[in-house]
Design a protein around this ligand. Structure first.
Ligand code: SF4
Length: 101
């Protein structure tokens, strides 16, 4: 049985909260190809993205809000080869700022 973490141990969520993100308004660095039904790759992004940038809308389509993206590249590896997303780094000065490792 896995022991729960001790109270004084830092949690991943606490570390992520210390990151800062400068939004490049109107210029998202991740875009999803328009679709009626999401591909398995797009659906996978909802669970895989550590920043939870992907979600289903009321029509059952996958949407992305890259504010808070950590630029880990996971979605890029999975969904860019299928053409489901377009991914690029934010412009210089924008995007994630890792303050504490
Ligand atoms: Fe999420 Fe990583 Fe893709 Fe950013 S690069 S949207 S954090 S999976």
């Amino acid at each position: 049985m896995v022991e729960p973490p001790k109270v004084d141990e830092p949690r991943v969520e606490d570390k992520l909260f210390q990151n800062r993100y400068l939004v490049d308004a109107g210029r998202p660095h991740v875009k999803i190809r328009a679709h009626i039904e999401p591909s398995p790759e797009l659906l996978a992004l909802i669970k895989i993205c550590p920043a939870r940038c992907y979600e289903l809308n009321a029509k059952g389509q996958v949407e992305v809000a890259p504010d808070g993206c950590m630029e880990c590249g996971t979605c890029r590896v999975i969904a860019e080869p299928t053409g489901d997303i377009e991914w690029g780094y934010p412009r210089g000065g924008y995007g994630v700022l890792f303050k504490f490792g």
